[in-house]
Design a protein around this ligand. Structure first.
Ligand SMILES: [Zn+2]
Length: 348
């Protein structure tokens, strides 16, 4: 990556008039009316009808079936963002469960995110595990420094989910609760953290690039020889060891983020991070490099995919989505993150 000149030139990409995906062949193309193939497929699949909505009563049924089986009722994946902090809040306060909060720090978490988590677990009085490891650093460095098209967030979510399942197994916890929004939901009962289902048309090129990278890199580097190549592999391995289901309260609750953010601010001292992309989100430092690279290589990011889903489902307006997706973060952050890789040796 050329971090000395980090300005992203988008060029004259046309954007779908209905969602926020830009034309990006071969995966995304626009028809004569300026509507993308993903929106057209959505219409065909839904045949003009609304998608089946999940109700809170469905969620309560799931909770009742799984709670009170051990010390903890659920393991909560806490990133410090509004959605996962709300998930933690709901489990403890709304459903009166005993959660174990779990945060994963690959060395690139921001102080703002960690502070939000510490405040939330202190105020709610829940047990908390901070898992910190630099295991992935060489792999990340390889992607970043060689200009690979592999999407940083993909191997990261593969690793993250693997570690999360291990944690659930270690404490014998039957439910993993994520803060995934409706835009991140793909297939139940589990999907990747970023909603990146390799089989979805919007992710084909990104997934192929990540797969090609992983195939070669894990073969050449003994340290990563057992690294799973896909989310499916993580799931298969996890199921052999311990059965834990993954759910998100956001799939079932009608509340939108504006409502729960106010509660979190008031009750858990939660704050928006100073640096964010997309707007009003909380992400690690690597996210900014991942966004930069995805825009450069593919013309869009997994956030465009998530928000497009929400726009199609009328959960977000196209205008709001376009605004949240504007790239206006200070590019000095790219330089800052690149420096973190300066000491990593052994690049091929
Ligand atoms: Zn579209």
């Amino acid at each position: 990556m050329d971090a000395s000149n980090p300005k992203i030139e988008l060029g004259p990409r046309a954007v779908c008039q209905r969602c926020v995906l830009p034309e990006s062949k071969p995966d995304i193309w626009l028809d004569g009316a300026g509507i993308c193939n993903i929106c057209r497929d959505f219409d065909k699949q839904n045949n003009g009808h609304e998608q089946v909505k999940f109700l809170e009563s469905d969620f309560i049924k799931i909770l009742n079936q799984n709670k009170s089986k051990g010390k903890y009722d659920c393991l909560i994946m806490c990133s410090g963002g509004k959605d996962s902090t709300a998930a933690l809040y709901y489990m403890k306060k709304r459903y009166k469960l005993n959660p174990l909060a779990f945060t994963f720090d690959h060395g690139f978490e921001t102080e703002d995110a960690l502070e939000n988590i510490r405040n939330a677990v202190d105020i709610l009085g829940v047990d908390f595990i901070l898992f910190k490891s630099d295991f992935m650093k060489e792999m990340f460095a390889q992607i970043v420094r060689t200009g690979s098209k592999a999407v940083l967030c993909h191997p990261c979510s593969i690793w993250y989910m693997g570690v999360t399942f291990d944690m659930a197994a270690r404490f014998d916890i039957p439910m993993i609760v994520a803060g995934w929004t409706k835009g991140q939901a793909t297939h139940q009962p589990l999907m990747s953290r970023c909603g990146c289902n390799a089989h979805q048309a919007e992710f084909v090129s990104m997934s192929k690039a990540t797969q090609a990278f992983l195939d070669q890199y894990t073969q050449e580097n003994p340290k990563y020889k057992d690294f799973p190549r896909s989310m499916e592999e993580v799931l298969t391995l996890a199921k052999k060891r311990h059965k834990a289901m993954v759910v998100s309260p956001h799939w079932f609750l009608p509340m939108d983020a504006g409502v729960y953010v106010e509660i979190l601010k008031k009750e858990l001292k939660w704050k928006f991070p100073r640096l964010s992309y997309p707007g009003l989100s909380t992400n690690c430092y690597l996210n900014f490099i991942s966004v930069h690279n995805s825009m450069k290589h593919f013309g869009y990011t997994h956030y465009h995919v998530e928000m497009s889903k929400m726009v199609r489902a009328s959960l977000l307006s196209r205008q709001e989505a376009l605004k949240l997706l504007e790239i206006n973060f200070d590019h000095g952050v790219l330089q800052h993150v690149m420096q973190k890789f300066d000491s990593v040796k052994g690049l091929k």
